[in-house]
Each structure stands twice: as structure tokens, then as C-alpha cells.
Design a protein around this ligand. Structure first.
Ligand SMILES: O=P(O)(O)OC[C@H]1O[C@](O)(CO)[C@@H](O)[C@@H]1O
Length: 318
């Protein structure tokens, strides 16, 4: 598992947005071979979505051949409700992209048969060949999607009762009123996420620091369902400094040192092949930023500040 630690929310958003962009560009999706992307709701990915929208607007990235699946949806909340994940994703992402509406997949929390809706969702994922990259978010108790503590780590898409802690955490989106938060949700399962060929989890904020420590330093445990990422061959967590509060200092230093080596290898001693950085020994260690993928300077104000650090950019001395 890789743990990338950035300074703050903006840097995390910037890093993840560039990562998604590079993965899609590298994949070179076509109509017959689309890129399949899993996406979360919640406040964690909003900054990333703003950047993806910007990439799309400036022509650096197209979602024409991207198929998306969102992680979850409340049960019984009308789609047009401002806090449904349907409204959320349209507002923060889809309306800004060139993605064909038929490529957007969301769970319907108002389907007449919720179990059938969940089966349909899993079948659709399988039908398009599985998910290439699942980007996710977690709750303060370490739940991934809405897989609350105690969820089976082999779970698939299904109806879940929300934990009281999640209801309290999400009350901020419902006028702070716990009674307005739906008590049930449809969610992809832990195994649905972990079946993706790559998993990238965004974790930001001190309130998620205990969950991050459990996920990184303790064993795989159904009480912290995101910990299943330890078993994934290509698991990535991107967090900010605040979220590392409960990690051991040596853990933080360890992962930072790995990223440091990673950066220096990207800049100097490696061959770049079709967007992948190949180490001298032949292992794929990262992805480069293709030279033609240069942003319009007026669009890159916040990018310029992090040029040295971002794995997806080639170092300036190149
Ligand atoms: O990013 P936030 O606002 O903490 O919300 C996290 C919530 O969003 C989700 O990512 C839902 O997609 C859940 O995993 C979690 O409950």
C-alpha cells in the first residue's frame, strides 16, 4: 500500500485530480475500451472534482470514453433533494464534464426493489469489465463507502443501515438535524471496491486520524472496513498532515521517505514509457506527465506551487 501525505486539503485535491487525469490519459480510453472509474460523494473529493472540471473545460482531459460508478446513495431521499448523492455528483462534477449521461451510473435509492437495484449495479459493473480505478472516501470510523463497522469484507452492493456515528457526522448536511438524515443507504460493498484494479482513498482531517492509524498500522479488521485496502495489490491512500496525527512518527517518516525516493527516481534515473515510470530494474514505480499535457499557464495558479512534489509532473531540471 502506498500512503501519500500532502500538506493540506488543497494539495490532496490537487494530487488526486492529477493522478486521475494521468491514469485516464495513460489508458487512452476509446468507445470500445472505456476507462471505468468509481467515485465517492462527501466533502473529501470536492476539491478534486473542481480540478477535474477545470481539466475538462481547458481540453486537457475528456470523459467521453469514461464510465463512472458512484459509491453510494441514501434510501428514500428524492433524487432532486440537495443532499442526495445524485444531486451532489451532478452539482460538483457531472454537469462540468463532457461525459455522456449514459456513461454515468448511480444507485437509485428510490428503486421499487432495492435488492434488485443492488444486483443490477453489480451486474453492470461486471458487464463493462470491472472498475479500473475506484476513488473512495471514508467516514471518521473508517467505513469505506457506507460499509459501516462490522460489515463483511467480502460484501457486495446492498442496503445498509447507517451507524449512529455516520448519521451524526452527516447531520451537518441536513441543517444539523439528526432526524433528517436518512437511516438507510445503498452502498457498494467492500469487495466491490477492492475488486477494482486500483483503489485510491482520500482521507482528510484530524477527525479521521484514528481511522487512518487503524487502517495503516493495525491489521485488517471489519470494524474499520477501509483496512481491507491492505490486501489490495494496488492500494493508495492520499491524506493531509492533520490526518497523520495518530500515526507513529516513524510511520510518517517511513512513508515520506518512500515518496522522496519515488520522486527522485521519477526525476532522474528512469525511463519513461507510455506515461509509466520504469525503474532501472524494470518495476513500474509511477506515472509521468506526458509532455503534450502542458496546462494553459493561466489555469495553473495553484499547480505551480507544488511542481516539485507532484509525482505526475516531470521535474523542472528535466
Ligand atoms: O468526505 P466526507 O464529507 O467526510 O464524507 C465521507 C462520506 O462520503 C462517502 O465517501 C460516501 O461516498 C462515505 O464513505 C463517507 O460516509
Amino acid at each position: 500500500m502506498r500512503l501519500v501525505i500532502r500538506q493540506d486539503y488543497d494539495e490532496v485535491s490537487d494530487w488526486v485530480a492529477h493522478y486521475i487525469k494521468e491514469r485516464i490519459l495513460q489508458f487512452k480510453p476509446t468507445k470500445d475500451r472505456p476507462f471505468v472509474l468509481g467515485l465517492p460523494s462527501g466533502s473529501s473529493p470536492v476539491g478534486c472534482y473542481q480540478r477535474l472540471a477545470k481539466f475538462c473545460k481547458s481540453g486537457q482531459l475528456s470523459f467521453k470514453h469514461v464510465i463512472t460508478f458512484s459509491m453510494d446513495e441514501y434510501v428514500g431521499l428524492p433524487r432532486e433533494h440537495s443532499q442526495s448523492y445524485y444531486s451532489f455528483l451532478w452539482k460538483h462534477l457531472y454537469q462540468h464534464l463532457d461525459i455522456p449521461s449514459e456513461n454515468i451510473n448511480m444507485l437509485d435509492g428510490n428503486a421499487p426493489d432495492l435488492d434488485e437495484e443492488c444486483r443490477r449495479y453489480e451486474a453492470k459493473i461486471a458487464q463493462v469489465g470491472g472498475i479500473e480505478l475506484f476513488v473512495g472516501g471514508i467516514g471518521p470510523d473508517g467505513h469505506i463507502a457506507f460499509n459501516e463497522p462490522g460489515s463483511s469484507l467480502t460484501s457486495r452492493t446492498r442496503v445498509k443501515t447507517l451507524a449512529y456515528e455516520t448519521i451524526i457526522a452527516n447531520a451537518r448536511f441536513f441543517d444539523g438535524d439528526v432526524s433528517k438524515v436518512p437511516k438507510l443507504a445503498l452502498t457498494v460493498g467492500v469487495a466491490t471496491v477492492m475488486d477494482a484494479r486500483e483503489v485510491c482513498i482520500i482521507i482528510v482531517g484530524a477527525h479521521k486520524s484514528v481511522a487512518l492509524a487503524k487502517c495503516v498500522e493495525e491489521g485488517v479488521n471489519h470494524m474499520c472496513t477501509v483496512s481491507a485496502i491492505q490486501l489490495h495489490p494496488k492500494g493508495l491512500i492520499v491524506c493531509d498532515e492533520d490526518t497523520t496525527l495518530e500515526l507513529h512518527v516513524k510511520t510518517v517518516k517511513y512513508f515520506k521517505s518512500i515518496e522522496h525516493v519515488h520522486q527522485s527516481l521519477i526525476g532522474k534515473e528512469n525511463l519513461s514509457l507510455q506515461g509509466q515510470v520504469i525503474s532501472a530494474k524494470g518495476a513500474t514505480i509511477g506515472i509521468t506527465r506526458p509532455r503534450e499535457d502542458q496546462e494553459d499557464p493561466k489555469d495553473t495558479k495553484e499547480d505551480e506551487d507544488h511542481d516539485e512534489d507532484r509525482p505526475s509532473k516531470k521535474k523542472k531540471e528535466d
